[in-house]
Design a protein around this ligand. Structure first.
Ligand SMILES: Cc1ncc(COP(=O)(O)O)c(C=O)c1O
Length: 389
């Protein structure tokens, strides 16, 4: 398989090293709006914990095979028993094991456009997948009703039929809020799905960044539903993509089975120490989330208004820390690819190329929110380079 180049869209944002090589600059000269991470440095307690974990005596031993400290911290944060929690080498590693269960159930239903890694994980086990076409029009950022629930819009009828069709042998993958659209699904509309699907995997990687998002989490439903898996990630919330840390919350029997399948120490000692420091301090975690959500709300409104003021650029309503933007004039799509490339070349700004998302083409880009300085730079670049056809 050849590496993605300029002609083949990246299947993930945040490829800073490769972009810097391509553009002949240093990675720190780039403004990366292609991945959607919090733009400020992680909390001090993380850096303190990493400093301690770097001492030779701390580096020497293997990590605790049961990750007791980290599991206790995650469990106490969510008011759970540690047996219901499993840390992973990023959410991505946990998708691999969720996909093994999903493949055993039957067909996986995947809203499209959606996050590509679920398909990667399913492909590991020869799992079958079927797309549910997400209607690309909606009002307000949410909480919104799940599009294939009862009383959903007529455009979703085909998807609803696909769901009703095969409910005994289906695994449903939910992303809340959804990537790349930023739609926040309401818990009330998701709860009935647990009776309809043999397995429901809910990826809440972005949920702690969403103002009011926790009220829509499925975490409180896990204890009563052995067919539910909730997966979270620390990547976006703490801007620590390189450390690789996420966790699953699900029935202990399921998690014990996954533990038997994986490598003996999937989470390295530095990531485990970081996770423990970040999550054991509940008040510190709550303060951090409040700061992040305040930023997402403020900058989301500011950037969306600025982009929306440019003729032919339509930012869709988003509850997340990224905006899906459509190029459109008089109802006809406008290609945004030249704009994306001009921003890269002239301004060293990376936007997420959306062509690798099923159902999206070159008339879409996804833009991760930055701090105000970064958002100003973004808007300046867009204003200079955008020529609406
Ligand atoms: C919806 C969603 N879930 C999960 C992840 C991956 O999280 P992690 O870095 O913890 O593997 C991403 C990364 O882009 C994502 O967009």
């Amino acid at each position: 398989m050849s590496a993605p180049g300029p002609a083949s869209p990246e299947i993930h944002g945040g490829n800073l090293e490769a972009a810097a090589r391509r553009l002949g600059c240093r990675p720190d000269q780039l403004l990366d709006a292609s991945a959607s991470l919090v733009p400020f440095a992680p909390p001090w307690r993380l850096r303190r914990a990493l400093g301690r974990a770097l001492a030779p005596a701390a580096l020497r031993p293997y990590p605790d095979r049961g990750y007791a400290g980290l599991r206790a911290a995650i469990a106490s944060l969510h008011g759970l028993d540690p047996a219901w929690v499993l840390p992973g080498n990023g959410a991505a590693e946990l998708f691999t094991w969720a996909a093994r269960d999903a493949a055993a159930v039957g067909v996986s239903l995947l809203p499209a456009p959606g996050f590509a890694d679920y398909r990667r994980a399913l492909a590991c086990w020869g799992g079958q997948a079927r797309s549910l076409a997400l209607p690309l029009e909606w009002q307000g950022a949410g909480p919104l009703p799940w599009p294939w629930g009862h009383g959903a819009a007529p455009e979703a009828a085909a998807g609803r039929a696909a769901v009703a069709d095969q409910h005994d042998s289906t695994a449903l993958w939910i992303t809340n809020p959804h990537n790349p659209t930023g739609q926040l699904w309401s818990r009330a509309s998701l709860e009935p799905l647990l009776a309809r699907h043999r397995l429901v995997i809910c990826d809440e990687a972005f949920l702690p960044l969403v103002p009011g998002g926790e009220a829509q989490s499925l975490l409180p439903l896990v204890a009563g539903h052995p067919n539910l898996v909730v997966i979270r990630s620390l990547t976006k919330l703490f801007a620590i993509a390189g450390l690789r840390l996420g966790y699953a919350v699900a029935a202990p029997e399921r998690l014990a089975r996954w533990s038997g399948w994986r490598d003996p120490w999937p989470v390295n000692g530095l990531a485990a120490a970081a996770g423990e420091a970040l999550l054991a301090d509940r008040r510190g975690y709550a303060r951090w989330c409040a700061r992040v959500q305040g930023w997402a709300e403020r900058e989301g409104a500011w950037l969306s208004a600025g982009i929306g003021a440019l003729e032919g650029l339509v930012p869709l309503p988003s509850s997340a820390n990224f905006l899906l933007v459509r190029g459109e004039r008089q109802g006809r799509p406008l290609a945004l690819e030249p704009l994306r490339l001009a921003l890269e070349r002239q301004h060293r700004i990376l936007l997420r190329d959306c062509r690798s998302f099923e159902g999206l083409d070159a008339s879409w880009v996804r833009i991760g929110l930055q701090d105000r300085r970064g958002n100003r730079r973004l808007l300046r670049g867009l204003s200079r380079e955008w020529r609406p056809g």
